[in-house]
Design a protein around this ligand. Sequence first.
Ligand code: CA
Length: 220
Amino acid sequence: MRILLVEDEPSLNRQLDMALQHAGYSVDVSVNGRDAWALGDAEPFDAVVLDLGLPQMDGLTVLKRWRAAGRGMPVLILTARDNWHEKVAGIDAGADDYLTKPFHTEELLARLRGLIRRASGLSSPLLVCGPVELDTRTGRVTLDGQAIALTSHEFKVLAYLMHHPGAVVSRTELTEHIYAQDSDRDSNTIEVFVGRLRKKLPAALIETVRGLGYRLVAPP
Ligand code: CA
């Protein structure tokens, strides 16, 4: 899953970027409103963390522009302490959740997980497909209860598919959701990751839909 992190304060930005990457997300970072708006307008994100006080274009304007253009990704806003009207304005502008600074990184991660699973129509933080379970709280993947070691890319591919069970997901879509913008993108590598996942998990779990992409199915 891919997150856009918009925060102009360098230390908080670094801290959140690291925490998000550690949690298994691909992260694009913006430090001003104008870049954030352009990125969120052009790229598909699974969720956005948006500070409201930003240089060049304030977060509220960024959010309103996205929503006016039909961009519906989940957005978690960061608001200043004791500024309740900022929260109201943010929610009315289309924010899905908010956090007041200062906050604990763990709470931000939990709220993001909640936003992402609601956007996928999922109700539990534990994603299950047949004998395979992915716990979004810990990043742990198990097969019949036994932990399976995955590389970061394998995990990202599996996590995206497990958030879209039964749906056909193209290689392009997978590429866009497992790589941040500045990374070396190569949709051919998706095939490699899927191949490795099929070796570590039941091979029938990820079905190839010829010419269209992949579909996660519970093995018989
Ligand atoms: Ca700020």
